[in-house]
Design a protein around this ligand. Structure first.
Ligand code: ADP
Ligand code: MG
Ligand code: MG
Length: 252
């Protein structure tokens, strides 16, 4: 589904990603962990197509297409969902209307008919029940005055409505309290299927008690330096990132 090869990227003159490789297949959940400043959020931003980051080398193949050649909205149309893509507060725009626009833009991109009010409401009801969301949140202005937990709920609801092929969730900076952890993990676990994949970027091992990943990778100094299964996350929790640092120094 996603093959990242030798990805180099940075911002202004600063090199951040320095030859990152990663392969994700349909049906898999991958977690990326790593110390602060390793480049985790940069990776998410580059995959989202954020303009301020410059890719200097490498490729990202997503479902047979070069992702780096696509505009952000084309990436969404191809089936990529970025959790932090819509964190903006938009007074006057209801969350419902925002999601309706997003869903219909993607349908148009795919050459599908746009959903009319009735069909959209039906889809909303189905996903609201699945995600345990109540109507009041959705009639409020987008993200305006939302608590951290409400923003998470909204983000996960958007994900359910869009039903992406690959969801990338950067949970590093969201100050995940236990409520947020439950919202994110319930959402991800309900959407997991053999046809889609999740890339979960997280600083905390704790989240991986709730979403059990197939693979765990350590991002360190702009590269994936170690990959394993859930046990690797436990080892990191126990030993800290210094043990990775020591291993790398021994190898070099
Ligand atoms: P992580 O998410 O793993 O904590 P980031 O990708 O946010 O790491 O950051 C990686 C490095 O790039 C850090 O040293 C950070 O200071 C730097 N960096 C990130 N964004 C910017 C930016 N907009 N301008 C300058 N430096 C940045
Ligand atoms: Mg950080
Ligand atoms: Mg980050």
């Amino acid at each position: 589904m996603l093959t990242i090869s030798n990805l180099h990227a940075g911002i202004e003159d600063k090199k951040i990603l320095k030859g990152l490789n990663l392969e994700i297949k349909a049906g898999e959940v991958h977690a990326i962990m790593g110390p602060n400043g390793a480049g985790k959020s940069t990776l998410a931003s580059v995959l989202a197509g954020r303009q301020d980051y410059e890719v200097t080398e490498g490729s990202v193949e997503f479902l047979g297409k070069e992702l780096l050649d696509l505009a952000p909205e084309e990436r969404a149309g191809e089936g990529l969902f970025l959790g932090f893509q819509y964190p903006v507060e938009i007074p006057g725009l209801s969350t419902t209307n925002f999601i309706k626009t997003a869903v219909n833009e993607i349908r148009k991109y795919r050459g599908q008919d746009t959903l009319d009010a009735v069909a959209f409401l039906k889809l909303m009801k189905e996903k609201m029940a699945l995600m345990n969301i109540d109507q009041t949140l959705l009639s409020r202005s987008l993200n305006e005055g939302f608590s951290g937990g409400e923003k998470k709920r909204n983000e996960i609801f958007q994900m359910a409505m869009i039903d992406p092929k690959l969801a990338i969730l950067d949970e590093t900076d969201s100050g995940l309290d236990i409520d947020a952890i439950r919202i994110v993990s319930n959402g991800v676990n309900k959407l997991r299927s053999k046809d889609n994949a999740v890339l979960l970027i997280t600083h905390y091992q704790r989240l991986l008690d709730y979403i059990v990943p197939d693979f765990v990778h350590v991002l360190y100094n702009g590269r994936i330096v170690k990959s394993g299964t859930k046990e690797l996350a436990l080892e990191l929790e126990e030993k800290g990132y210094d043990f990775i640092k020591n291993e790398i120094n021994e190898d070099e």
